[in-house]
Design a protein around this ligand. Structure first.
Ligand code: DX5
Ligand code: ZN
Length: 227
């Protein structure tokens, strides 16, 4: 079991008319990271935000900004995102034929590198990069949209990556993204996930952002007590 769980609300589901207030609310409620979903309409069938929003988020919080790049040729934009205030940058293995180089580029630019896998991409695709990244992101939905249903078959991949990380004696976090709620959070944590991205569950919660984050943390911690 991971010894601590980080919660990363995804602002994709936030109210953009009051983005600063929503991010501040998440920070006050104990969020650990702010997750920013960057989409280009090419790698994924949706367009969202760029460095301008990262820069606005940077002025709204002291929390680390966790920037998830769902874009082709991410190497062209890493400098701009770091300059805008990104602390962590995740690129997709499916977009990087020269992943090792891109990971180094992220670190040299001053951010913490991570690599993401689509639901169909096997764990072995990132095993050789594990010593060079701080985090692996297992997509638990197909990237592109918030509010989709968790794909349970991805649990096996979380477990495989957890085993690979432990066997190599590495300190790499496993992040999960997509369909994370009170039901799925304990399942992914039980397999070794330590960073939970949640968009709809946090910003769409009728009971409010603070209550949603508290209940998610409680659900994730419960697993560790029971096992
Ligand atoms: C999907 C994004 C996710 C998304 C998650 O492509 O990478 O970060 O915001 O949204 P929920 O939590 O609503 O599934
Ligand atoms: Zn994301």
């Amino acid at each position: 079991m991971p010894d601590r769980i980080l919660i990363a609300p995804s602002i994709l589901a936030a109210d953009f008319t009051r983005l600063g207030a929503q991010i501040a609310e998440a920070q006050q409620a104990g969020a650990d990271l702010i997750h920013v979903d960057v989409m280009d309409g090419r790698f994924v069938p949706n367009l969202t935000m760029g460095p301008l929003i990262v820069e606005a988020a940077r002025r709204s919080t002291s929390l680390p900004l966790d920037v998830h790049l769902m874009i082709v040729e991410p190497e062209k934009h890493i400098g701009a995102f770091v300059q805008a205030g990104a602390d962590r940058i995740t690129v997709h293995v499916e977009t990087c034929p020269h992943l090792h180089r891109v990971v180094q580029q992220i670190r040299e630019a001053g951010a913490r590198p991570a690599v993401a896998l689509n639901p169909h991409t096997p764990a072995v695709m990132v095993e050789e990069i594990l010593p060079f990244v701080d985090m692996v992101l297992v997509m638990t939905v197909n990237p592109g949209f918030g509010g989709q249903q968790f794909i349970p078959e991805t649990l096996r991949k979380i477990e495989q990556l957890h085993t690979a990380i432990v066997q190599r004696g590495l300190a790499v976090d496993i992040q999960v993204d997509g369909g994370i709620d009170l039901l799925t959070a304990p399942q992914v944590v039980a397999k070794g996930a330590s960073v939970l991205v949640a968009g709809t569950f946090v910003f769409g919660a009728p009971e409010g952002v603070a209550a949603a984050i508290a209940s998610l943390r409680a659900a994730a911690s419960q697993v560790r007590v029971n096992i």
